[in-house]
Design a protein around this ligand. Structure first.
Ligand code: ATP
Length: 199
């Protein structure tokens, strides 16, 4: 799956709307220390639904919003859009391109969009499940990730293979069904209690 472009606005070191276009082949980002190179990969991770502030190298989610400089005021929200090539229809949309957007306001409010339509975080997670690109996918290999995989418990390592084999989706659905079943059982118990009280 090819990434076509990344649009950032108000995200970490990118106060102004900035578009990075990726062409076929390798794209290298070069720049002095602290200039914001890693913030670009943080933006990709973030727009794909990352919830761990530690993996985003922040202490709280608000830290992803441009925090200001002596010359420039802090901003009120951060927005990142990732445009993905879908000419091969790997994603279930009948369009040559799929865009995913995440917005976060200082008030703590979040928004997620797919092709400019508001969705839930769950929809973003489900969209990328089994593609390797999602939040827990293996497409983003950060510093220390290989060591972490080698040192991981075998159950955790298995999840990476399940994602690559394209079966995470089924495990996720099974877990969701089990959760719903357990909720339904709880409701039944409650209902029986109420019925017993009425009798
Ligand atoms: P290195 O080559 O040293 O790894 P880098 O080019 O990857 O550096 P980053 O780690 O991406 O740099 O960026 C770090 C910079 O981002 C720091 O100067 C930090 O102050 C700045 N930064 C991080 N979050 C924000 C924010 N919310 N607002 C403004 N600047 C931020």
């Amino acid at each position: 799956m090819l990434l076509k472009s990344l649009e950032l606005q108000g995200f970490k070191t990118f106060p102004d709307r900035t578009t990075l276009t990726f062409h076929n082949g390798i794209t290298a980002v070069v720049g002095p220390n602290g200039s914001g190179k890693s913030n670009i990969s943080d933006a990709v991770r973030w727009v794909l639904g990352e919830q761990s502030v530690r993996s985003l190298r922040c202490t709280k989610m608000e830290d992803v919003i441009f925090g200001g400089t002596p010359a420039r005021k802090a901003l009120g929200f951060a927005e990142v859009t990732l445009n993905i090539d879908n000419t091969g229809r790997q994603l279930p949309f009948d369009s040559d391109s799929v865009s995913v957007t995440r917005r976060y306001y200082r008030s703590g409010e979040s928004e997620y969009l797919i092709n400019k339509t508001n969705v839930r975080l769950k929809d973003i997670n489900e969209l990328f499940m089994d593609t390797g690109l999602g939040r827990d996918g293996y497409s983003m290999i950060g510093q220390g990730k290989i060591d972490a995989i080698v040192a991981a418990r075998s159950e955790d390592r298995r999840e990476i293979f399940e994602e690559a084999a394209g079966i995470s989706r089924f495990r996720y659905r099974r877990e969701e069904s089990e959760r719903r079943l357990s909720q339904a059982e709880d409701n039944l118990v409650r209902l029986n209690d109420i019925l017993a009280e009425l009798e």
